[in-house]
Write a new protein. Structure first.
Length: 189
């Protein structure tokens, strides 16, 4: 089993605390995050595994994972123009994580349907760093966990829209696991 090189947490309990889940037993809490993630998957706690990974990964990697997963899981489905634009802005930010693209994703998210995966992905981009306040006022950083929660929610909403939700979630979890191991550019060649 390859290690999660992109995850900075050393114990599962550190991520579980961010999620506000019940504290695990000491032996479970001391497990490496990847081991706990695998245990969640083996126990068919797939939604929990998505949220766990969403908070375990650094924010940039989490948002990249969500944007790619929503794009891939929604491939071939009809989208409104506003929903498509929200995902497009998120994917553009993935290519160039600049402040202007982060704010463009926020503007696009406001026009997308309230509960769609594309909107949640664009919101995750905006909440991944920088300030939530307008440019001309004092900076207000987003809470540390909110981008991961939005990203995880986006993945689960996208998975629920397809014909096989469980297969879709597992596909996304495989992609997230690969990002945790090798980063957003994949394994070394």
């Amino acid at each position: 089993m390859s290690e999660w090189t992109r995850v900075k947490w050393s114990e599962a309990a550190q991520v579980i605390e961010l999620l506000d889940w019940a504290p695990p037993s000491p032996e479970v809490g001391r497990l490496p995050p990847r081991t706990y993630f695998e245990d969640l998957r083996k126990a068919s706690r797939l939604e929990d595994a998505v949220f766990f990974l969403g908070l375990a990964l650094p924010r940039h990697e989490t948002v990249v994972w969500a944007a790619r997963s929503v794009r891939d899981l929604s491939e071939g489905r009809e989208r409104s123009r506003a929903d498509a634009d929200a995902l497009k802005m998120a994917l553009l930010w993935v290519q160039d994580p600049s402040e202007s693209r982060r704010r463009a994703a926020w503007e696009a998210s406001k026009l997308a349907r309230p509960s769609c995966a594309e909107r949640l992905t664009a919101m995750a981009v905006f909440l991944s760093g920088g300030s939530m306040a307008p440019d001309n006022v004092q900076a207000v950083p987003p809470p540390n966990d909110v981008a991961g929660r939005m990203a995880a929610g986006a993945i689960l909403v996208a998975a629920a829209k397809g014909p096989d939700r469980i297969a879709a979630i597992n596909r996304a979890l495989d992609e997230g696991d690969a990002i945790a191991r090798w980063g957003v550019n994949g394994p070394p060649r």
